[in-house]
Design a protein around this ligand. Structure first.
Ligand SMILES: C[S@@+](CC[C@H](N)C(=O)[O-])C[C@H]1O[C@@H](n2cnc3c(N)ncnc32)[C@H](O)[C@@H]1O
Length: 449
């Protein structure tokens, strides 16, 4: 290691900045944001007296001669110096900095490549949760109390570990700071009384299947969960992102498979959270779109347990993007509706006539097996028989297939996707926009009549 990274408290300290350009301004801004009092000096007038009492000096005149001269004067005054773009003249170098609400990460390549440092900074920023600062302030709030109340260092470490990785952290990162404080208080109380603390459930959308379409928060929670209760529809490529020792429980829920009863899933979630586990309930697509996520949230809330909700890319959006169908379109469609093709939700039947309007895109989930009845209901509702339709199977997954045709042929098109024993999930899009689907790679499937 060429340089030792240190975080320097500059609050109220004098920092000298020599030079006028953008590099000098940037350094002055950074030092000021750390609370330093900035003294600006022009390159031509540098004197030892300028540096007296200074904690550090930044030199950025842009001219080699002026940089060297100013650096010598600063050194004579005994002040550590940074000279912009001249590592050989520096006592300390400026790293690439991430500052997310008080969480600071510094990246250095020891002056070898500022570009590499900033590329690395970008990558680290992408994996840092957006609200990491809220987690730090939660920890700060409890610091004094925890040190006072938990005397045993091992138990204190355990408490902190749980605070930054467990349910309170989940709530803080999800933006529920009051909920996070409540859970942390409960945990502090439990830790004090040597009781086991309550866990948390995260109702998480896994997206349409491609692991790269997971949200950052979903990926983080898969790394933190004690147990993951997942639908059958969630592919192995996504489950592979789970922490190695997480318990994976398949609760079924794929059309045509028995799976667990919804009530049993809810009982299991409540049981595990009460036992102190951080549980991810991983659902295909988005948990609140034909996912019964709402019922699971209600069950957990009724039991007084903490729960967070993480949205996912719903199948309609995944399918549309994957095959190039814009669900709305300036000329073709100004509205879009998601409906279910069968009554699995046990809910109300869609008002099909209201959906039959021109310029309206209809996305039918779970509709391929009921394609004939979907077709008939739409024709009865007045939709033109020649309206374009697309059937998309396994969107964003290996084995993705799309068939495009006319509403009158929907049953025949869908049969090509449901007949096989290993058929994947498929979804129907009805409306003028369906004609824009990209089927070039699979001409044998494009059935435009
Ligand atoms: C029980 S629903 C769950 C929907 C999910 N909550 C969502 O937001 O996408 C299951 C239906 O979603 C659709 N689906 C889910 N993933 C799909 C995919 N990768 N390709 C095509 N359709 C998909 C199919 O219509 C399937 O029958």
């Amino acid at each position: 290691m060429k340089h030792l990274p240190l975080f320097f408290d500059l609050a109220g300290r004098k920092v000298v900045v020599v030079g006028q350009g953008a590099a000098a301004d940037r350094r002055a801004g950074l030092a000021r944001s750390a609370g330093a009092e900035i003294s600006r000096v022009v390159a031509e007038a540098v004197e030892v007296a300028d540096f007296r009492g200074a904690a550090a000096a930044f030199i950025a005149t842009g001219e080699l001669e002026s940089d060297v001269a100013a650096q010598r004067v600063a050194k004579a005054a005994g002040v550590p110096v940074n000279v912009a773009d001249r590592p050989a003249l520096c006592d300390f170098i400026l790293p690439a900095i991430i500052d997310r609400d008080g969480i600071v990460v510094a990246v250095s390549t020891a002056g070898a490549s500022p570009t590499l440092a900033s590329v690395l900074r970008g990558r680290i920023e992408a994996v840092l949760p957006e609200r990491i600062g809220a987690l730090a302030s939660l920890a700060r709030t409890f610091r004094v109390q925890v040190n006072a109340l938990i005397a045993d260092p091992a138990r204190r470490r355990g408490f902190w570990r749980r605070l930054v990785e467990g349910p309170a952290a989940g709530l803080a990162l999800a933006g529920d700071e009051a909920g996070a404080r409540r859970v942390a208080l409960g945990e502090l109380d439990a830790a004090r009384r040597r009781m086991s603390a309550v866990g948390i459930a995260h109702i998480v959308g896994a997206g349409p299947g491609d692991p790269d379409l997971l949200t950052l928060r979903a990926a983080q929670l898969l790394q933190e969960a004690d147990a993951i209760l997942h639908d059958d529809l969630v592919p192995a490529a996504i489950l592979d992102r789970a922490r190695r020792d997480a318990e994976l429980v398949s609760v079924g829920k794929r059309m045509g498979t028995a799976g667990w009863a919804q009530a049993d899933i809810e009982v299991e979630l409540v049981r595990r959270v009460r036992a102190g586990q951080a549980v991810v309930r991983l659902k295909a697509g988005d948990p609140f779109v034909f996912g019964r996520g709402g019922e699971e949230v209600e069950a957990l809330r009724a039991a007084g347990l903490p729960v967070s909700i993480v949205p996912g890319i719903t199948a309609a959006l995944g399918c549309a993007a994957s095959v190039g169908i814009p669900l709305t379109h300036r000329r073709l469609a100004s509205a879009v509706t998601f409906v279910t093709g069968h009554g699995a939700e046990g809910g109300r039947e869609a008002a099909w006539p209201a959906l039959a309007a021109q310029g309206h895109t209809l996305v039918v989930y779970m509709g391929a097996a009921e394609a004939a009845s979907v077709r008939d209901r739409l024709l009865d509702a007045g939709v033109a028989p020649v309206t374009p339709v697309a059937v998309i199977e396994n969107a964003t997954r290996p084995g993705e297939r799309v068939s495009v045709g006319r509403l009158v042929d929907l049953a025949r098109l869908a049969a090509a996707h449901t007949a096989r024993a290993d058929a994947g999930p498929s979804l129907i899009i009805v409306g003028e926009v369906a004609g824009l689907a990209t089927v070039a790679d699979q001409p044998f499937l494009a059935e435009v009549s």
